[in-house]
Ligand binder design. Structure first.
Ligand code: ADP
Length: 414
């Protein structure tokens, strides 16, 4: 039975998902966490409800892995024990999520040249691309001769026009150092656009949407005719919305001021802006559930953090309605917050009635975790949709396209 493996490597984690190809269906998936932390590593996995022999089963076990290669070996042993003893021989392709692809606009088959391109892009994504390369190396050791494909977070946003992707800096910085806006979460935004088109009953090429991926990391995209025309993240994932631990949009002079006044090094500044800011810096928690609970209990900082998060999402939706010249078919909500919090969706959308986005309060409350739905009132000028994102499925589909493997049936999402 042919299978596809999707890998998503972080600095100390390796997420995986197995897809069966006859028929095409999501199978077991999970995450190896705390790589390099001795015997504290954990492997968590779950099987989807339809998985033969393992319906809805969940696993959690302590493991040991000194690096991504040994994490990979642990994952394979786990899959061999719980899914298929012949797994390594069954895998026909491996798809990797790679964060930064510079100006690459399509998924690529991995070879020496494309691996060098990923290495080159690490200059702009020093935290993200090196683990991706480790994931590639780990898979290459095990699946020798099996085609591997890289799917880039930045690729979907390559259609942005220069007036959206350029910064107002000296042009030479773009030419010599590739300093420009790239955007991230592209796999998710692409998936959301495609699913929105299905829900709207329109071809993707005629669909204009604003996609809101609201999770620990958050970004919004404006998409015209299925192609991204603007997105809130920039050269790195730091720009744009207020996030769990990232500050989002900020006057760059604040950075200069902090470096001077607080004597911060480049590394300290990076940590402050990426890891200690956002909801965490403002409220003490990067988890929006805690922020919501704090705000409900009357904690002023939690209320402030919540109000800032919501306000900035709303501001971007307004800006992107302008970017799309008012021709918006739908605003789509997704990821941890967008999928699971009717309260936050309502806080964002209620004040936008004046712009023709009419929320149906009852429909909003009714769309719960893991489900898609339309939460707009019939009077709404654009549909308001909730779509659970599925980046692994999107990576799997793109990987199969690159290697030219046709699965026997339509995908069954987990
Ligand atoms: P990432 O993939 O970027 O790590 P997720 O998409 O998993 O993040 O989203 C995590 C965020 O979703 C956290 O802030 C979490 O609090 C929030 N979240 C999850 N469930 C809920 C919920 N029921 N209500 C509000 N926020 C939620």
């Amino acid at each position: 039975m042919s299978k596809l493996l999707v890998l998503n490597a972080g600095s100390s984690s390796l997420k995986f998902k197995v897809f069966g190809l006859q028929p095409f269906a999501a199978g077991i998936g999970g995450m190896f966490d705390r790589i390099g932390d001795g015997a504290n590593c954990t492997l968590k996995a779950s099987a989807p409800p339809h998985a033969a022999g393992a319906q809805g089963r969940k696993w959690e076990q302590k493991c040991f892995a000194k690096d991504h290669v040994s994490a990979m070996q642990n994952i394979l042993d786990f899959i061999k024990d719980n899914v298929s003893g012949a797994f390594v021989r069954e895998v026909v392709a491996v798809g990797h999520r790679i964060v930064h692809g510079l100006d690459i606009s399509e998924p690529v088959l991995l070879n020496d040249k494309t691996i060098d391109q990923i290495r080159a892009a690490a200059v702009l994504a020093p935290l993200h691309n090196p683990p991706g390369l480790q994931g590639i190396e780990a898979a290459a050791k095990v699946f020798q001769g099996v085609p591997q494909v890289a799917v880039f977070d930045t690729a979907f946003h390559q259609s942005m026009p220069p007036h959206a992707f350029m910064y107002g800096l000296p042009y030479e910085l773009y030419e010599q150092h590739r300093i420009r806006r790239y955007g991230f979460h592209g796999t998710s935004h692409k998936y959301l656009v495609e699913q929105a088109a299905v829900m709207l009953g329109k071809p993707v090429s005629e669909t204009n949407v604003i996609t809101c991926h609201l999770g620990n990391g958050s970004s919004i995209s404006a998409v015209r005719g299925g192609r991204c025309v603007d997105t809130s993240m920039g050269m790195t994932p730091l720009e744009g919305l207020l996030m769990g631990t990232r500050c989002g949009d900020l006057d760059p002079a604040v950075v200069l001021f902090m470096q001077k006044q607080l004597n911060l090094s480049v590394k300290d500044t990076d940590t402050l802006l990426n890891k200690k800011s956002g909801l965490l810096g403002l409220t003490g928690s990067n988890d929006l559930r805690s922020v919501l609970a704090g705000a409900a209990a009357g904690e002023p900082r939690a209320a402030l953090g919540l109000a800032m998060f919501v306000y900035r999402v709303r501001k971007y939706i307004g800006a992107y309605m302008a970017a799309l010249e008012g021709q918006v078919d739908a605003v789509v909500f997704s990821a941890g917050i967008g999928e699971n919090s009717p309260a936050v969706r309502a806080l964002i959308l209620e004040p936008l009635r004046g712009m023709g986005l009419d929320l149906d309060a009852a429909a909003n409350e009714a769309v719960l975790r893991g489900h898609r739905g339309d939460i707009g009132a019939p009077s709404s000028r654009a549909r308001l949709l909730v779509v659970p994102t599925d980046e692994e499925l999107c990576i799997a589909e793109q990987t199969l396209q690159v290697v030219g493997f046709k699965p026997s049936e339509q995908p069954t999402a987990q």
